[in-house]
Design a protein. Structure first.
Length: 123
């Protein structure tokens, strides 16, 4: 497991998005605390790392061409980062890029592991 202990939470959030864009699931999973929670308008609520892993494996298997564009990260406090994103996903059948806009908040624990993620999709 990688050590994120002394990393600033904005750097950790950027790393999480970078790992997500490269579909590096093992690196993503290393960033989570075992008791992490994840809430998303798109995928639902998950109450521990095992559930989050299952959801992410299925999500990335279904969305092979997904990519998150983030232009600015805002530090809410020492442990929380919030950002707006555009999620781009090319539909295989139509080769059409479908943008999805939303907000994401990542809370880290004192060990700089992800404690909670909340994803809100813009209507």
């Amino acid at each position: 497991m990688a050590s994120f202990l002394f990393m600033d939470c904005i750097k950790s959030a950027r790393l999480y998005v970078e790992y997500s864009n490269s579909k590096s699931l093992d690196l993503i999973f290393d960033m989570f605390a075992e008791d992490a929670t994840y809430s998303s308008d798109g995928t639902g609520y998950y109450s521990n790392l095992a559930e989050i892993k299952k959801m992410m494996i299925l999500f990335f298997d279904k969305h092979k061409n997904v990519y998150w564009q983030v232009d600015h990260y805002e530090k809410i406090d020492d442990f929380t980062v919030q950002f707006k994103f555009i999620r781009l996903n090319t539909e295989i059948k139509s080769v059409k890029t479908v943008p999805i806009y939303g907000d994401e908040k990542i809370e880290f624990n004192r060990h700089n592991l992800i404690k909670h993620i909340e994803v809100k999709i813009d209507e």
